[in-house]
Design a protein around this ligand. Structure first.
Ligand code: HEM
Length: 482
């Protein structure tokens, strides 16, 4: 909180709202990015709003977001206090919520494991093997795309982090981490829990009538602790038997670690799955949606792969540089499908003045990433899936790489960018090489799915129908080859 006397400059413009509840009633409940885009048109790229004494800053322009969150990242990289998800459910322990020294320590561990090109290149074989396992899963159960994508992304992350290879059909650890993530999604829904708006409610005991949310928090906290403890114990057991596969955790666990370091390793590792599974899943799911809606784009990509790779083998990372159209499809997936429509909120650790506006300390900064990536000035015809945007052609500039905002900003930028990129590339290139993704036909009529997305922090395509078949008998034999 601050008084207007203290403000050395005016607050950015924004909706006025009612005097007593301030802007609480203006705070949209659904698809917030749409309202934020409207505010951007009305008030400009930096919008201020106040609800129950809390300042919110909404950024609608990628350049302005970069000027603030990247260039001044020393002050714009803190996270807002989160009571339900962070404090009561325990997610404060994970990297995404960490602050200060612990944040540095966590990021250092992830950087070592997945942050550099050489670390990722060492894992290329794993990505290729897992992508082929993905093809097998789809061949076996083409109707279960979402589940197959989820199993694949989960398997990649658990192997990289813990050297743990999940069992094919049902795996207790995968079930556990996915349960924790579903609970996380629930507690981070916009305004899901009143306690985040009225913090003193946190002191209400859980037996108190109406305090069911508190029991829920205790139960979810227990799930989260298990999600961090169980795989760590797995690695310790493997190490003591001398059979541990190389992984982020096995390379960090060391007898000379302090208990605090061990605790940081445990939570940094748990953050890998938390940050990396749902996001990658959404992007790969968008690929199947886009290919169902846009068959011509699919054929063009397949022609590129056939010309470079031929039909006698699957594509590998060694082919990547020769496949620019596939590359453009990946950029377009990240733009059109916007995995995290509002990114992850930042807050600033001290007052700032930006472009003549006062930005108060602890204001919650929301980046309207979906709006930025569908701005018709930056991306003409923004709702159409057009990989060509990212390919140089005469008379038309290449449009801005969506990675300028879709992985976040400044010191908080996604530490999993390279892992995400490799997992998505392998799934996309290999699927295009061997499958035709087609529209479902009902009574002789092709059903074209609507590109609709679920409304949550990590946004997934809503369920849609498609048919997936091997392109040829030869393609099928490539999928099944050991
Ligand atoms: C398409 C895939 C992905 C997208 C779109 C994505 C996007 C993001 C975004 C927007 C943020 C917030 C950045 C900010 O606050 O400015 C973030 C943070 C994070 N991501 Fe990703 N991510 C993806 C994949 C991954 C993967 C594969 C991993 C790890 C294995 C990962 C781990 C994390 C972690 C741990 C954070 C928290 C960082 C922090 O708070 O300092 N992400 N990601």
């Amino acid at each position: 909180n601050f008084s207007s006397k203290r403000s050395p400059a005016p607050l950015p413009p924004g909706p006025k709202g009612l005097p007593l509840l301030a802007n609480l009633l203006d705070l949209p409940q659904k698809e917030q990015w749409r309202t934020f885009t409207d505010w951007g048109r009305k008030y400009g790229p930096i919008v201020h709003m106040r609800a129950l004494g809390q300042s919110f800053i909404v950024l609608n322009d990628v350049h302005v977001a970069g000027e603030m969150l990247d260039k001044k990242s020393a002050i714009y990289s803190d996270r807002p206090v989160s009571i339900m998800a962070g404090e009561l459910t325990g997610w404060n322990e994970t990297l995404g919520f960490s602050r200060g020294e612990r944040l540095k320590e966590h990021r250092k561990y992830l950087h070592g494991a997945i942050g550099t090109r050489s670390a990722i290149e060492k894992l290329n074989g794993l990505f290729e093997t897992e992508a082929q396992a993905f093809l097998k899963r789809i061949l076996r159960k083409p109707e279960a795309i979402a589940e197959n994508i989820r199993d694949t992304a989960g398997s990649v992350i658990l192997q990289v982090t813990y050297g743990y290879k999940p069992k094919e059909d049902q795996d207790d650890l995968v079930d556990l981490v996915e349960l924790a993530l579903r609970q996380f999604t629930e507690v981070t829904e916009p305004n899901a829990f009143l306690v985040d708006l009225i913090p003193p409610l946190r002191y209400v005991p859980s037996w108190f009538p109406g305090a069911g949310w508190k029991k829920k928090a205790e139960y979810y906290h227990a799930t989260l602790r298990k999600m961090a403890d169980v795989p760590l114990q797995f690695v310790r057991n493997q190490m003591s038997e001398g059979v541990a596969s190389p992984s982020m955790v096995s390379s960090l666990l060391d007898r000379s670690n302090t208990p605090e370091q061990d605790c940081n390793i445990k939570w940094a590792a748990a953050s890998m799955f938390a940050g990396g599974s749902d996001t990658t899943v959404s992007a790969i799911h968008t690929f199947f949606l886009a290919m169902t809606i846009y068959p011509d784009i699919q054929r063009k990509a397949q022609a590129e792969i056939d010309a470079v790779v031929g039909n006698d083998r699957l594509p590998t990372f060694a082919d990547r540089a020769q496949l620019p159209y596939v590359e453009a499809i990946i950029s377009e997936i990240l733009r059109w499908g916007t995995v995290a429509p509002l990114g992850v909120p930042h807050t600033l650790s001290r007052d700032d003045i930006h472009n003549g506006y006062f930005i108060p300390e602890r204001a919650i900064i929301l980046t309207n990433v979906k709006g930025m990536l569908h701005d018709p000035d930056a991306y003409p015809d923004p709702w159409n899936f057009k990989p060509e945007r990212f390919i140089a052609a005469e008379g038309r500039p290449v449009e801005q790489d969506p990675r300028s905002c879709c992985f976040g900003f400044g010191r908080r930028i996604c530490p999993g960018v390279n892992l995400a990129d490799a997992t998505i590339w392998a799934s996309v290139a290999m699927s295009l090489a061997v499958f035709d993704i087609q529209r479902k036909v009902v009574d002789g009529v092709e059903i074209v799915p609507e590109p609709r997305y679920e409304d949550s922090m990590i946004s997934h395509p809503s369920p849609f129908d498609c048919t997936i078949k091997p392109r040829s008998a030869k393609a099928e034999s490539l999928i099944l080859r050991d």
